[in-house]
Write a protein that binds this ligand. Structure first.
Ligand code: FAD
Length: 289
């Protein structure tokens, strides 16, 4: 199938984007890498009047560090993230997640901001951003605002973005020494969206877990932060007993809805399995340094 006819604009500034969005309202769609949007057009799931190509906008690309904050521009491609030394060094959890995003051809053009704005419940970045307690920078005609990732994802394909707004960047606090991370995903084939996945980070000093973040993908309409399970792990020593305790806590906390391929019980079972693997990985990484 072919996309329905649409107009196309390639503004040179955010100001022009806001004007176009105000003019066209719900008939306009922002176009970044097009890897999700163009598929919905071709399948005629969406029929916008105009696509506003934001790929030429200044100040929305690149990966920069200022003091203890790493900033990823919305237009940074998946491939740029994959090859970024700053990300592999300072955000190893995100570095581990990127190769799970689709395939190289898609990663060459798909963008960080497009994935966040799309908010697919089985996508990798939203869960990583929730686990890392990232902030999103959002621009609108009246100025900029910041929204915590933990407040941003509102449900399946729903976010805190308001009409007329553009996601500009994600900001991540660089953690001090002692933190370890593990990203584990189960998918039918590598590069497919996850059946279930886990972005895990913890301070692993002195043979114990503390300040634990466990964010699941594919386990709800938005990334699911397992707060009670993380709290149960606080101050616990590495080992099989602690892993069993976390898996028991998760069974009480997580209630993943079934999807086309997996029942709720299957997803919960898989989530408990990858929780065990992630906690064991964190302990191994801590022991290796
Ligand atoms: P686009 O397709 O251009 O836009 C997507 C949506 O976001 C549109 O509604 C657009 O208006 C909006 N948007 C884009 N940028 C902004 C912005 N800065 N501010 C506000 N709104 C914005 N993704 C995964 O995470 N994991 C996968 O395993 C995966 N597998 C895939 C497999 C296939 C075969 C394909 C085609 C895609 C897959 N994707 C996967 C999606 C891919 O990661 C996309 O790159 C990403 O979801 C969207 O990024 P994009 O830049 O292409 O955005």
């Amino acid at each position: 199938m072919k996309a329905p006819a649409f107009a196309y604009a390639r503004p040179a500034s955010l100001g022009e984007v806001f004007t176009l969005l105000a003019q066209h309202g719900d008939g306009a769609r922002l176009l970044a890498g097009g890897q999700s949007l163009l598929a919905t057009l071709n399948l005629r799931l969406s029929a916008p009047d105009i696509l506003i190509d934001i790929t030429g906008l200044p100040g929305m690309a690149g990966i920069t560090i200022e003091k203890d904050t790493l900033r990823i521009g919305a237009l940074a491609t998946h491939r740029e993230l994959e090859h970024s030394h700053a990300i592999s060094h300072h955000l190893p959890l995100l570095a581990q997640a990127v190769p799970h995003v689709a395939h190289i051809a898609i990663r060459n053009v798909g963008t960080f901001g497009g994935s966040i704005a799309m908010a697919d419940p089985a996508a990798e970045y939203p869960a990583v951003c929730v686990a890392l307690d990232a902030q999103f920078v959002i621009a609108g005609a009246k100025g900029e605002r910041r929204v915590a990732a933990r407040e941003f994802f509102k449900g399946m394909y729903e976010t805190a973005l308001r009409p007329g707004e553009v996601l500009v960047a994600g900001e991540f606090r660089i953690r001090p020494e002692g933190y370890r991370s593990a990203f584990i995903e189960l998918a039918r084939r590598h590069g497919d969206y996850a059946i279930v996945g886990l972005a895990a980070q913890a301070n692993c000093s002195d043979g114990k877990y503390s300040d634990v973040s466990l964010a699941f993908l594919g386990a709800g309409g938005e990334p699911v932060l397992a707060r009670a399970t993380a709290a149960a792990l606080e101050g616990k020593a590495f080992g099989a007993d602690t892993i069993a305790l976390a898996q028991a806590a998760l069974a009480k906390e997580l209630d993943p809805p079934a999807d086309l391929y997996s029942s709720s019980a299957t997803k919960l079972h898989l989530a408990r399995v990858i929780t065990g693997r992630a906690l064991a990985t964190l302990a191994t990484l801590a022991a290796a340094t």
